[in-house]
Design a protein around this ligand. Sequence first.
Ligand code: CA
Length: 298
Amino acid sequence: MNGAHTKLTDFSRSAFTAVCCDDVMTPDDGNLLVVEDELFLRKAVAASLRFLGFEVTAAENGADALRLARSRPFDLLILDVMLPDIDGFEIVRRLRGDGNQVPVIFLTAKDTQDDKVTGLTIGGDDYMTKPFELEELVARVRTVLRRSRPAAPEPALSFADLTLDQETYEVRRGGRLIELSPTEFRLLRYFMLNPGRVLTRAQLLSQVWGYDFGGSSTVVSTYVTYLRRKLASDGPNLIHTQRAVGFSLRLPRPGEEASPGEVTPPGQVGADKPESSANQTDQRRRPGRPGRKPGELR
Ligand code: CA
């Protein structure tokens, strides 16, 4: 047995399970064409990719590969360069000549720079030199598929008359387009992903600002105030203060507040008044405890 076979055998015992089980929650999918004249390698590659969830068609020569690749769409070709009839580079030249832009990972025993350059200039997406680890091939397959597929669209979020489009970054209330800063957008997005839940200032800090402020939540109250102002409409306030805890995105409870009452005039603060007023002063005039740089909150 040569090096490739030894590695594949080792792989099937140990690493394979690791590759498989990392991805149990998100099985791989995609139609792959594996072209390899060496029986053991063809079977090992096809079997392991199938095990991970891919649809795999296998071919043992260039003529079959061309016929299959022309007969139906594949998401990716794993293509041996040295085949008994038409070599892998030639197969890709002909497919590209047809206008077929299917991604390709070349497999080859050659490892000279010239071959690598040839493979990539005629439209290969990656290149594996034998012997290789199946685990590495799987990683490259996933990478090429990720690159070649459009990202899955993020669903638009909605709550009451509020909508937030995660693709276009458009926020609307009652159809009216609302301009938000990036931080305001992230804050609103987090509220809309957790409607009805009281979110603590600490949660909002870590999820929206992404780091720990050492307990200071000034910035959260400030940005909630900005957000309430921008979202103000004829409808009720939707971001409610839970005293001493945090904030929640929800509809007002009966009798809680007159709509559209909680519209905050510029320079003042609504439901959050005592704390936010103090905090805004704190942020503007006393930029922080010892050791914190001015502007660090932003
Ligand atoms: Ca070969």
